[in-house]
Design a protein around this ligand. Structure first.
Ligand SMILES: NC(=O)c1ccc[n+]([C@@H]2O[C@H](COP(=O)([O-])OP(=O)(O)OC[C@H]3O[C@@H](n4cnc5c(N)ncnc54)[C@H](OP(=O)(O)O)[C@@H]3O)[C@@H](O)[C@H]2O)c1
Length: 224
């Protein structure tokens, strides 16, 4: 069977890197996008011919647009895009927080998702492809005062709207909503929480569902 191709943003660490490994193990080609060129090159080396590193910043429209075109050209088509790049805030709270830090976070978590989707759509329309967005448990239930969580409420709302739009031409859109995952997102290890591989499994479940099934959301929490 023809290998399918997945472009992943935020592929240098955590959930994105784990999804790249899981996808290649299941026979996909992957395009790896993030700012850390060295980490992407190391991961691409590890994954071999099935991976292409395309470094860039998700808040810069030209970076993500060129990356999508390059990955689609290199592997001949683009079947799926995982808009996963995101960041949290060092200082939480509306009164205590830093508006400049909010701006940087909103640029990545909201504008980054919009620019990735804009770059992806022409390619996905050709393949009746699949868009997967990383939301969060923090984007489906309220957490006192969380501004980061509010950025993920945007992602959940947008994912539902894109699922409706993409259904018009046979495409699919899924939001993945993990609770706490043990990744470099946190300074301290979280060994008893979800592992990045658990989230990667959820992404592959949605991507590989029978074409008649549109998995709109996968919500996964650590058991305890
Ligand atoms: N960990 C959790 O508990 C948890 C729970 C729910 C949802 N999430 C979400 O899951 C996603 C992945 O996070 P993670 O837990 O895997 O954390 P992570 O290891 O910190 O990964 C974040 C990724 O985003 C990339 N990134 C950040 N800013 C970027 C930019 N401007 N342009 C391109 N790439 C950028 C980072 O790469 P570079 O620094 O190399 O650019 C990195 O690859 C995020 O959307 C996060 O909000 C995490």
């Amino acid at each position: 069977m023809r290998r399918r191709t997945l472009l992943i943003t935020g592929a240098s660490t955590g959930i994105g890197a784990a999804t790249a490994r899981a996808a290649v193990a299941r026979g996909w080609n992957v395009g790896l996008f993030a700012r850390s060129a060295e980490k992407l090159a190391a991961l691409a080396d590890e994954l071999g011919d099935a991976a292409l590193a395309v470094p860039g910043d998700v808040t810069r429209e030209a970076d993500i647009a060129q990356a999508a075109d390059r990955v689609a050209g290199h592997f001949d088509r683009l079947d799926a895009v995982f808009a996963n790049a995101g960041m949290g805030l060092d200082t939480p709270g509306t009164e205590a927080g830093d508006p400049e830090e909010w701006r940087r976070m909103l640029d990545v978590n909201i504008m980054g998702v919009l620019l990735t989707t804009r770059a992806a759509l022409p390619h996905l329309r050709e393949t009746q492809g699949h868009l997967v967005l990383t939301g969060s448990a923090a984007g489906r239930r309220h957490i006192p005062g969380s501004i980061y969580g509010s950025s993920k409420w945007f992602v959940h709302g947008y994912a539902g709207n894109m699922a409706e739009e993409m259904a018009e031409w046979g495409g699919r859109c899924t939001v993945i909503a993990p609770g706490m995952v043990d990744t470099p997102f946190f300074d301290a290890p979280k060994p008893d929480k979800l592992q990045a591989e658990d989230v990667a499994d959820a992404v592959l479940y949605a991507l590989e569902a029978d074409p008649r099934a549109a998995v709109r959301e996968v919500f996964l929490m650590p058991r305890n």
